[in-house]
Design a protein around this ligand. Structure first.
Ligand code: HEM
Length: 409
């Protein structure tokens, strides 16, 4: 689970690299105080450990739109690519640079269409209501992370991809092992890295077999659409397809669960905002954008300088790793009025919670739809926190709740 495992490296080494220790309980309780200090001391900062930390909204957006940053060969040696039968290197979209990225992204986008996602909307609402009703059936406490967010997110992802229902539990375990792998390798123990590799192998084996079945007998699911996709004579190779499906599950599972959990907690802790949403239930879409800004599950993304370049006047040498603190940028007062205030009636926009530029989250429409269905439950039911405020857990990259016990008011 995301709760387990402090990093294998010494806390002081981590502080040299990052200026903070993401596993320090004090940091976890309020990362925004630290992010604010970092941003105020300089929106672009070199750490003693040789990393660049970028925390200003303008600077984070600029790096994410700058083709001078991407993924070097050295980064990829860390096990972020697959070699196909012809010996070609296949990178998942997140780690691919143009032109490879451009080609695969456009092929996947044409299959992962708005239509295929929108079709899931009534199903999302139905699954959200069913899982909450089942969780509350005993009359006591319902853990909306384990009993609502996980099953809702998992079922939707599996139904989208056309995955056999009996695989859902295994998928969750594999996706969690891969999710830990979102952190840079230096934050992980050899054991965690081995589990990531094992999970990846399981996913690849499963999706290769599923794609073969869909090639023989197509359905109306995303794997069938990916099998069929063809643009200008170009198509996804069998390995690209398997790598992409694995990415969709590993990028889309814990992230969506944690957006739901963080979002529900933020609303419950700001009763004026929840009251406003209840009075304006049609604005649940804006509420999801605001909780993504206020306490999004992805704290940061990283890049490597592909050549000598500069960021906002700072010379950055080729090969330098750069961390983009999305969570800090999302509270930059230069862009958001009163940034530390949850305000679900805020005009959405310029939110970096899904990234920006060529790697902007491909699953954003599905994540939004899923989170909207879940947050609507708070509009439909009078629910209150059952017990003390749960402590956020996670890794360097992910921030979320392992449990969120609620009961009927
Ligand atoms: C990329 C966040 C849900 C699939 C990204 C990126 C972010 C992000 C910040 C940019 C990474 C970078 O620039 O390095 C989130 C959040 C989610 C979420 C906060 C939930 C609340 C999903 C879902 C899926 C998904 C549900 C798929 C089913 C992807 C993919 C990419 C991506 C494939 C890579 C796109 C590319 O590199 O071109 N996501 N994501 N994500 N996300 Fe999401």
């Amino acid at each position: 689970s995301t709760t387990e495992g402090a990093p294998p490296v010494d806390s002081n080494v981590v502080r040299q690299l990052l200026l903070f220790d993401p596993f320090d309980p004090e940091f976890r309780a309020d990362p925004h105080r630290v992010y604010r200090e970092i941003r105020e001391s300089g929106p672009v900062t070199a750490t003693p450990g040789g990393l660049w930390l970028v925390s200003g909204h303008r600077q984070v957006s600029a790096v994410l739109r700058d083709q001078a940053f991407g993924w070097g060969e050295a980064e990829l040696a860390a096990g972020h690519f697959t070699t196909d039968d012809e010996g070609n290197t296949v990178r998942p979209l997140t780690f691919a640079d143009p032109p490879e990225h451009t080609r695969i992204r456009s092929l996947v986008t044409s299959a992962f269409s708005a239509r295929i996602v929108e079709r899931l909307r009534p199903r999302a609402q139905e699954l959200a209501r069913e899982s909450l009703a089942a969780a509350l059936a005993g009359g006591g406490s319902a853990d909306v992370i384990q009993q609502v967010a996980y099953p809702l997110t998992g079922r939707l992802l599996c139904e989208l991809l056309g995955v056999d229902p009996e695989y859902q539990e295994r998928f969750r375990a594999w996706a969690e092992a891969m999710g830990r792998g979102l952190d840079p390798d230096f934050m992980q123990s050899p054991d965690q890295l081995a589990r990531r590799e094992e999970a990846r192998a399981h996913f690849h084996e499963y999706f290769a077999e599923l794609a073969a079945r869909r090639r023989a007998e197509p359905g109306d699911d995303l794997v069938s659409a990916l099998v069929a996709v063809e643009q200008e004579g170009d198509r996804l190779t069998a390995t690209e397809l398997v790598v992409t499906c694995t990415l969709l599950l590993s990028a889309g599972y814990a992230t969506t669960v944690h957006l739901i959990g963080n979002g529900m907690l933020a609303l419950l802790e700001n009763p004026d905002q929840l009251a406003w949403l209840r009075a304006n239930p049609g604005r649940v879409g804006d509420a999801v954008e605001e909780v993504l800004r206020f306490d999004g599950p992805i704290q940061l993304v990283s890049r490597v300088a592909l050549r000598d370049t500069e960021v906002d006047g700072h010379a950055v040498a080729a090969g330098s790793p750069v961390l983009l603190l999305l969570a800090a940028a999302n509270r930059d007062p230069a862009v958001f009025d009163d940034p530390d205030r949850l305000d679900v009636s805020r005009k959405p926009g310029r939110n970096l919670g899904f990234g920006v530029g060529i790697h902007f989250c491909l699953g954003a429409p599905l994540a939004r739809l899923t989170a909207q269905a879940a947050l609507s439950l708070l509009v439909e039911h009078e629910l209150v926190l059952d017990g003390p405020r749960p402590a956020p857990t996670g890794s360097l990259v992910l921030r979320g709740l392992a449990e969120l016990p609620l009961r009927s008011a």
